[in-house]
Each structure stands twice: as structure tokens, then as C-alpha cells.
Write a protein that binds this ligand. Structure first.
Ligand SMILES: Nc1nc2c(ncn2[C@@H]2O[C@H](COP(=O)(O)OP(=O)(O)OP(=O)(O)O)[C@@H](O)[C@H]2O)c(=O)[nH]1
Ligand SMILES: [Mg+2]
Length: 323
């Protein structure tokens, strides 16, 4: 089966072994989902019996329970049903394979071709609601790109709002072995970005990753602030940010997807990372994310440690849900 060895943008190519290891991480983090709803779906379709209308109903209900979302669940059931009818498939076991293929398609519909050239520095702006896992993901990305693929990475502490946010990022930067540009709490985040881009150009950094605040308090207009930061980046470095990565916490379910959608309105989101996959029994949320956010899922967070990051691979993800 096709396995994506080459990632997009700044993902360095994975070796076959690295790909396998990351698949294992994803599979482990889906253990709860497998023991729950998805294991049950797999069981439902594990027979040689013909597929009945009741089975389709039961499937739809289970998908919704698994956080796939109402719309996406209906879509998946209808598409699978069509495929089954087209092929004249009789056995439930065969229908299961068709369901899996349709599930993979939900993700692959969002995949885009990698850019022909990679700008330097390649600037990634990381956004998301409060506590989504932005800072942790940045640390994981920096670690992956620096330690595993030898990229020159720099971080920018653009969250100047929350107390200790700068220190948190600096600590992670140290662990990942990369420099971090900061001006401390209360500073203008635009000033941090300005300084960081200057430093990245001067030091010929490959990848600059910018952290942002995730507060949604009344007095603090997060979206306005993000727009401002994005504009500053673009003015300072035409074409940047090359990637606006939206982090979504898998454990927050449909509500989390709804909140994340607010970031699409202010525009600019190009990619998605799903964090805390290990913390939910409803891994089906990834389908709702792909369908509702309409951006490719690039990474998944599989734990709290700096190594707990995997490239998202649609086929491996679906296989792991049904394993
Ligand atoms: N289990 C698990 N925990 C995670 C993962 N990613 C992040 N976390 C935890 O989620 C919490 C919040 O993570 P942060 O990275 O600080 O989130 P943030 O979006 O930067 O938060 P704010 O800056 O406060 O908006 C921390 O306790 C992390 O350890 C993951 O993939 N798995
Ligand atoms: Mg943070």
C-alpha cells in the first residue's frame, strides 16, 4: 500500500523505518479508539453475512458516537453504500474494506502537492485556541526537523500575552537544541516577529516557527492580533508565512472543531495538526476535522513528550483504527 515517505513543505523525507515507527506511535495512540467504537464497527463488519439496512443504520450511529460528526458520518455511509451497490458486494467483510477506502478518501481529498521550491527561511505560524497544544507541537516539530533531519530551526515567542509563555517556549527550545527569539511577556508580538525574521535571515535559518497566544478573552481580540502578526510577517518577508498551522485538540470533540473554525474566518490557515490523539477514545474526530476545516492534516501529537509526533498518513490512520 502507498505510504507517504515524503512529507510536504519542510518535512524531510522519512526512511521506511521512520515511517514504520511513526505508524506504530499513531497506532498506539489509537488504542482507546480501537477498544471503543471503532473496534465495534470492525466487529460489526467482520462476517460473511450480507449487509443489511440495519447494519448501515448501526454504522452511522456508531460513527457519530465516535465523533466523526453527523454530516461526515452520513456522507461516509452513503458513499460506502453506493460503492457496495456498484460492486454488487454481498459480504459485510468486503463492505468493510470499501468503508475504509472511503474513510481514506476523506483525508486525501485535502492533500495538496508539495511546493516546487522551499523558501529560506520557511516560516510557519502556529495558531489555535487556548491550550490546544501549540507550544508543545512547536517543540516537537523543532526537535524533529533539527535532531532528525539536521535542519537549522529557530523559534519565536510570539505569545507575549500569557504569563510564562516565553519561558515555556525557551525551555522547549533548549530541549530541542534550537535558538529562541523572545522579548518577554507584555511585549508587542509584532516586535518579536520582526526581530525573529531579522535573526533568521542573518543566521540563514531553514525554518522559523512562530508561537502565538491562544486566549479567547473578551478584552483580547485574538483574531485581530493574528491578522496583525500575519501582515507584519508578510511585509517583512514577502511570501511568508509559508504555512499557517492550526492546532486542534482531539479531546475537545465537535466543540473543538467549531472553535477551530473561527480561525478560518480570519483566513490564512493552510494546514492542520491534531494534538492529543492519545487522550481520546474518539479518534473519529480526525474525519470531522478534515471535512469541516478543509485543510490537510499534516501531523498528529501522540503524547506529551518531545518525540511524540508523527506525520499524518491517511491509510495508516484508517488501518490502525480497524486493526
Ligand atoms: N497527552 C498529550 N498531551 C499533550 C499533547 N500535546 C500537548 N499536550 C498537553 O496539553 C497541554 C497544553 O499544551 P500547550 O502546548 O501548552 O498548549 P498551547 O496551545 O500552547 O496553550 P496556550 O499557550 O496556553 O494557549 C500541556 O499539558 C501539554 O503537555 C499530546 O499530543 N498528547
Ligand atoms: Mg502556548
Amino acid at each position: 500500500m502507498f505510504r507517504r515517505l515524503f512529507g510536504l513543505g519542510q518535512d524531510a523525507p522519512r526512511t521506511e523505518e521512520e515511517a514504520k515507527q511513526e505508524e506504530q506511535q499513531v497506532s498506539q495512540s489509537l488504542e482507546k479508539s480501537r477498544q471503543g467504537i471503532f473496534g465495534r464497527i470492525s466487529q460489526m463488519f467482520a462476517t460473511d453475512d450480507p449487509v443489511t439496512e440495519e447494519l448501515w443504520d448501526e454504522l452511522e450511529e456508531s460513527l457519530i458516537q465516535g465523533d466523526v460528526g453527523l454530516e461526515t458520518s452520513t456522507y461516509l455511509v452513503n458513499r460506502t453504500k453506493d460503492r457496495v451497490n456498484r460492486h454488487g458486494t454481498k459480504k459485510a467483510r468486503e463492505a468493510r474494506e470499501m468503508l475504509k477506502a472511503e474513510m481514506v478518501r476523506v483525508f486525501q481529498d485535502q492533500v495538496k502537492p508539495p511546493p516546487a521550491t522551499t523558501p529560506q527561511p520557511y516560516v510557519i505560524l502556529v495558531v489555535g485556541v487556548n491550550g490546544a497544544g501549540k507550544t508543545t507541537l512547536i517543540a516537537k516539530l523543532a526537535n524533529r526537523m533539527n535532531r532528525r533531519f539536521g535542519k537549522k530551526v529557530m523559534l519565536a515567542a510570539g505569545d507575549t500575552f500569557r504569563a510564562a509563555a516565553t519561558e515555556q517556549l525557551e525551555t522547549w527550545a533548549e530541549r530541542a537544541g534550537v535558538p529562541c527569539v523572545s522579548l518577554g511577556q507584555g511585549a508587542d508580538s509584532a516586535a518579536v516577529v520582526f526581530k525573529a525574521i531579522d535573526a533568521a535571515l542573518e543566521q540563514q535559518v531553514d525554518v522559523l516557527i512562530i508561537d502565538t497566544a491562544g486566549r479567547l478573552q473578551a478584552k483580547f481580540n485574538l483574531m485581530q492580533e493574528l491578522d496583525k502578526v500575519r501582515n507584519i510577517i508578510a511585509r517583512k518577508l514577502p511570501g511568508a508565512p509559508h504555512e499557517v498551522l492550526l492546532v486542534i485538540d482531539a479531546t475537545t470533540g465537535q466543540n473543538g472543531v467549531l472553535q477551530a473554525k473561527a480561525f478560518l474566518k480570519s483566513g490564512g490557515v493552510t494546514d492542520v495538526a491534531v494534538s492529543k490523539l492519545d487522550g481520546t477514545a474518539k479518534g473519529g474526530i480526525a474525519f470531522a476535522i478534515a471535512q469541516d476545516i478543509e485543510r490537510p492534516i499534516r501531523y498528529v501529537g501522540t503524547g506529551e513528550k518531545i518525540e511524540d509526533l508523527a506525520l499524518f498518513d491517511a491509510q495508516a490512520f484508517v488501518d490502525a483504527l480497524f486493526a
